[in-house]
Write a new protein. Structure first.
Length: 191
């Protein structure tokens, strides 16, 4: 009972910060300005980890690798704690456990990024229908536009309704299913 409660709290706290670190990484990668409420909140809540990490992990080609590395380490630490709290002994493959945890953490970050993109696409689509002049509409549009662009080239609007978000969401669901399939052998390796 206590272990499951602790696991729930760890998952919520680590997931919150991993998500914020990924938002920071993606905003910088996509060159989305941080001069908005969301950007300022993300910077204010992640600076405690990103600023010291930048001394060790430099940026590369405009990518904020310190944010990405922080998210990866935080998620790997959560996974290690979760497996330990659930009684995993890492079995006969104890030497492979760090590599398997790193691979699981990387798959987890990819999964977080896909869920983040799903959320951004949904919010951008709803804002475009309900209130396209909302203050945060340009932010959400900037975050999802690069991912929607290839689909918008292939799928023309029907009666001025853009169906490309639906196609992207369907594709993202397929990718999430593939990630779940890839995750199973890694978890079995740790069992």
């Amino acid at each position: 009972m206590l272990a499951s409660l602790l696991l729930m709290v760890l998952e919520a706290v680590s997931g919150f910060f991993v998500l914020l670190l990924l938002v920071r990484f993606h905003m910088q990668w996509l060159r989305v300005p941080f001069r908005n409420r969301v950007g300022q909140f993300v910077v204010a809540t992640t600076d405690w980890l990103v600023r010291p990490a930048r001394r060790i992990v430099p940026s590369l080609g405009g990518l904020d690798l310190a944010s990405l590395a922080g998210a990866l380490l935080l998620h790997a630490a959560y996974l290690a704690a979760a497996f330990w709290l659930q009684g995993f002994s890492f079995g006969a493959h104890a030497g492979l456990a760090p590599l398997a945890l790193a691979a699981l953490a990387a798959l987890g970050l990819l999964r977080f990024s896909l869920y983040l993109l799903i959320g951004v696409v949904l919010v951008a689509a709803v804002l475009s229908w309900v209130n396209p002049r909302a203050p945060l509409a340009p932010l959400f549009d900037s975050l999802c536009r690069p991912f929607l662009r290839p689909f918008r080239r292939l799928i023309p609007p029907i009666a001025q309704v853009d169906l490309s978000p639906l196609v992207l969401l369907l594709l993202l669901q397929v990718v999430l299913m593939l990630l779940a399939w890839l995750r199973l052998p890694l978890v079995n390796l740790l069992a």
